[in-house]
Design a protein around this ligand. Structure first.
Ligand code: PMP
Length: 780
């Protein structure tokens, strides 16, 4: 095998054009002029342009570089900047025509990028702080590239560590026999231990060459890393390769194990690592060093006139590889074992010692933040937990605080497809970078989403109107119901929550006695199957409320229920009991509104919507929370007859409701739910979770009734069989101290509310059960 059969590019020289010609193209296409000075590059023709209003890099790509490859880089830069706008990377300057490049008459592709100030780290004194800065910035870039895809990304790149095994034919070019032997042993280990593990790691597009010549620092403060350059080695590969490449240049040969562990820990503060990634890291670092040694030795022999430049990273790679070999794999794994992987396996000794329950545990930063909140946000805001949780970042089912402690999120239904799902983030960022307007212009996004969403409903529910919050959806529903029925009376359950607007708060009794209910509102008991068959009792309560409204001269307009009765304590069984209640309100001239803000989008496992469990088609359905996985998008789905009267008299416009970014985000969420099978996951994991809770309850009398539907689970906490709010509160706080986030609900506050993102796994459930078990055994 020859090298050029691996990479034809390495044989191609940079294009040659004189500066006047380049200046002519710059003026014609970009309207830019100024002083051009050549920059060194192995394969492209690069110039610095000092223009009156700024400094730029003018790049003319090698003719051997396919245009698709350069455009892949352009798209990646745009994507990363959209995901992390303060990331110090070059930005592509568009031409007068709005294009991001120009194809010259010779076929060469020309681009202009913004200039980044700073000096290459290779010219600045290294330090542990600087290394940590490299790790954090590299991780930020990798995180910003999560979810980015491009057809050209999966290309064959000789420097790609996953291909290290293919470098064996080049090893004879390493002239030092001892070094060659270490390199050979490294590749042997790579073949047996690393290559088989690669397919199961997290793959994404990476920068691929975070070496000190491509990273910038501030000469006045050399610890400060200020920029990332050269996106020419980007490739689709396991993410941890980017970490390994960056680490290969930052190791302290005097203590490779400790410096690698410190580097990985700094990386993980921005981009948490999995256990499998941590395991392969030292071997990947060594493989990168072999890559450097093999390729540069080969190329220096081939182009002796350019050897000093080609070999500039050889000495540090040789020193690093020797140091790693001397330290040995055990010492390296021991040092890395101190890192906490994001998917830490469950343990029988789960209490992290760092946590001591009680507000006294509030660190100085958090104490100050609590105080600032009070001053800035005023007295109506509440925090969860005796010791509030300070969060920095989320990923999947995990949330992280500034110290890097991981919390298993068993509570947040908004991030239903997982915190910061890369596909959702990418869709949101791409749309935000393309067009963000409202529904008064024609735009496909909102229409495509409406079609996809309505396809999940019975055909009678044929319209969808967009809002930003569930409260707004319910508020709109009330206006429609008033117009359609001519009535004003509303029936809700005793501890219902439907939102925050003035009219919706009037029918949200869970807000407490301080928030008065409207005179037109009637409350009824939740359908608790322990107090009789809800098909009979609940319908009888609805009928009694209808009768009472009429007796007071109020015409019924609406029966609104959260179809799993979350804030009442979760009542889902037996399926079917809502149908006669809906029939009762309709017979009285009112409408039936299913509030799906909590159960909607697959949470109950069996169905996409909670009302489907009851075999009833509502007049209106309100949606919210999980719809945008954190982006504020909500809506009201309705039968056309409901809006006929309103539509004849009034118009509807909601500035942000259904905006282009909302539609793109919600579309991505729906796609993820469908394609990742999250409803099915909710059914499967929910059933295992429930079975685990039931088993635990046989050992712990504090655990009373257990109710669930899919991944919405409730456990009553009792003492001597009676509701015990204080005990439930203690449990919630103890779980928080043990790194598990949940809450309590219900009119007596004694019901544990377990409502994780739908990507929750059986292992996650096992971890929860394990920690709950330990706490109950410890605290009784
Ligand atoms: N309905 C239900 C059942 C809810 O749980 C909530 C929010 N907790 C709302 C409506 C209101 O939604 P939002 O907070 O988006 O206004």
């Amino acid at each position: 095998m020859t090298l050029s059969s691996i990479s034809p590019l390495l044989d191609s020289r940079p294009p040659v054009f004189d500066p006047e010609t380049v200046a002519g193209w710059l003026a014609a296409h970009w309207g830019l002029s100024g002083q051009l000075s050549p920059l060194t590059s192995e394969r492209d023709l690069n110039h610095r342009l000092d223009a009156p209003h700024g400094r730029f890099v003018v790049k003319i790509a090698n003719l051997a570089e396919p245009h698709a490859m350069t455009r892949f880089q352009t798209r990646a830069l745009r994507h990363a900047a959209a995901c992390d706008p303060t990331l110090p990377i070059p930005h592509v300057v568009t031409t007068r025509d709005g294009t991001e490049d120009v194809i010259l008459p010779s076929g060469h592709l020309m681009r202009v990028l913004t200039w980044l100030d700073g000096a290459p780290l290779a010219t600045l004194p290294p330090s542990p702080l600087q290394a940590a800065g490299v790790a954090r910035l590299g991780a930020r870039l990798a995180r910003a590239m999560q979810g980015f895809s491009d057809p050209a990304a999966d290309h064959s790149l000789q420097w790609d560590i996953k291909r290290a095994a293919q470098l064996r034919p080049l090893l004879p070019h390493i002239s030092d026999p001892a070094l060659r032997a270490v390199a050979t042993a490294t590749l042997d280990r790579f073949d047996t231990r690393v290559a088989p593990a690669l397919p199961a790691l997290r793959w994404q597009v990476i920068h691929g060459d975070l070496n000190p010549h491509n990273l910038l620092g501030d000469p006045a403060a050399p610890d400060h890393v200020t920029g990332i350059l050269d996106f020419g080695d980007m490739v689709l590969t396991p993410m941890v390769c980017d970490l390994a490449i960056a680490a290969a240049y930052c190791l302290d040969p005097a203590d490779p194990a400790a410096s690698l562990a410190a580097f990985a820990a700094a990386w993980a503060t921005e981009y948490p690592l999995t256990a499998a990634e941590i395991t392969v890291l030292p071997d990947l670092v060594a493989a990168r060093m072999v890559t450097t040694l093999a390729i540069t030795s080969f190329r220096a022999a081939r182009y002796p006139e350019n050897a000093p430049y080609i070999l500039r990273n050889f000495p540090s790679a040789a020193q690093g590889l020797t140091a790693l070999a001397k330290a040995g794999p055990e010492a390296l794994s021991r040092a890395l074992a101190r890192l906490t992987p994001m998917d830490a396996p469950m343990t029988r000794d789960p209490m992290p010692n760092a946590f001591v329950p009680g507000a006294g545990n509030l660190g100085p930063t958090e104490a100050a933040m609590v105080d600032r909140r009070q001053h800035l946000l005023g007295p109506a805001y509440r925090l969860f937990y005796e010791t509030p949780v300070h969060l920095l970042r989320g990923q999947g089912v995990w949330l992280y605080d500034p110290e890097g402690n991981a919390y298993l999120d068993t509570y947040n239904n908004v991030a239903s497809v997982g915190h910061c799902h890369p596909r959702v983030v990418a869709a949101m960022a791409e749309q935000a970078a393309t067009l963000a307007t409202h529904t008064r212009y024609l735009h496909d996004g909102v229409l495509e989403y409406a079609e996809r969403l309505l396809a999940h409903f019975p055909p009678d529910l044929a319209h969808v109107m967009f809002t930003c919050t569930g409260s707004e959806a319910n508020d709109l529903a009330l206006r429609l119901a008033r117009a359609a029925t001519g009535g004003t009376g509303i029936i809700v359950t005793e501890n219902a929550y439907h939102g925050v607007t003035a009219s919706v708060a009037e029918f949200s009794p869970s807000l407490g006695p301080g928030v008065p209910l409207g005179a037109h509102v009637r409350t009824i008991p939740a359908p608790d199957a322990r107090h009789g068959d809800p098909a009979t009792t609940f319908t009888a309560h609805v009928q009694a409320a209808i009768d009472d409204l009429i007796r007071h001269g109020i015409r019924p307009a609406l029966l609104i229920v959260d179809t799993v009765f979350s804030s009442d304590g979760l009542f889902t069984d037996p399926p079917g009991f809502l149908a006669p209640a809906a029939a009762a309100i309709r017979a009285a001239g009112g409408l039936f509104l299913a509030d799906e803000v909590q159960p909607g989008f697959g949470r109950t496992g069996g169905h996409m919507w909670g009302f489907q469990r009851h075999g009833v088609t509502p007049d209106m359905v309100s949606l919210g929370k999980p719809m945008g996985n954190g982006y504020p998008v909500a809506g009201l789905v309705l039968q056309p007859h409901v809006i006929a009267e309103f539509g004849a008299k009034a118009r509807y416009f909601n500035t942000f409701g259904g905006n282009a970014v909302a539609a793109a985000t919600a579309m991505a969420v729906l796609s993820v739910i469908e394609e990742e099978g999250l409803m099915q996951n909710a059914a499967r994991v929910g059933a295992t979770f429930r079975a685990g809770l039931e088993t635990l309850a046989t050992r712990h009398p504090a655990m009373g009734d257990i109710r669930s539907a899919g991944l919405f689970l409730a456990v009553d906490i009792v003492t001597d069989g009676r509701p015990d709010r204080a005990r439930a509160g203690r449990l919630v706080n103890a779980l928080r101290e043990a790194g598990i986030l949940i809450s309590a609900t219900g009119p007596q506050g004694h019901t544990l509310k377990i409502r994780p993102p739908l990507v929750f796994s059986e292992d996650n459930a096992a971890l929860f059960l394990d920690r709950l078990d330990v706490i109950l055994r410890r605290d009784g």
